[in-house]
Design a protein. Sequence first.
Length: 325
Amino acid sequence: MAALSVAVGHCITHLTGLSFYSNTIADFGSMAAWQIVVRITSSVFNADAAVILFFVLSGHVLGRSLEGKRPSIDYFVRRVFRLMPAGIVAAVPFVWYFRPDVVTALETAILVSHSANGVIWSLQVEWVGSALIFVLAYIGGRPLALAAALFFAWYGVHTANWMLILLPAFCLGFLVPTLPMIFARSRVLAALALAVYLFTDLIYGRGQLLRPLDMLAAFVLVAHINARPGWLLQTVPVRFMGDVSYPFYLIHTFVMMLTTVSFGAAGVAVVASIGLTAAISVPLALVFAYGIHRCVEMPAVEFGNRLLRAMRKQPKQPTAVPGVR
């Protein structure tokens, strides 16, 4: 669902501009009805909050994958084969469309530059966050994760460093199992967290300084879903979205650019443009994402696993023959 929020949120941004997000509830009195509708919709489908939810969820999943194990190079090999092949394939249409120089094209393919595909900035954070989870698991201290989250939140806000501001999300994901079950299972607390997650920027406006609040809300939501999985997570649509979410995230902006429908820059025309663009681009991006998932992502992950199994095999020692050296 977070992937869909990102896609719809980007449709709104694409057709209205980032400056539209500076409007808050306090500005509603001077805004037209269509502007209020679009602004509330942009808060419900909050792309920034959805990315933070991804980071918290990533920290939780990666942390769980290392529980009871001694972290090794296997972890990074799996991350490379999980992220890189799909990233390289998804970069092809952006390189074709924007025609960047060779260096930028290569940097886009290996998830270093986001000048062609804007969403790659979050993959750069993902790489750093993945390394942070490895360090936390290697040292084996959840108290250290809490200290790291507080430090990165304080220093990131103090220095206005967007990378550091976002790293606490991974630390909080790592800390999800430590939340007492009485809080993790609380529907009231989860409802409050959802309200904060959806509407913080609508009340205070868009800004990096509010990201720690979004992270705390995402932390509670992930903990609640972990404590109360429910039947919804087992349904075919939700499982499908979970499978294709990564390639969908990589490719959706390209599909959106090709399928943008604009009826005008004001009034109901903007609402119709956003709705139709989302209705066309999201299903089409899901088709492309499914193709990348089945033809690239899954084979790459399996190849990485086979490579690790081959690396772990010890060569057989020759049988000693008496009297022969």
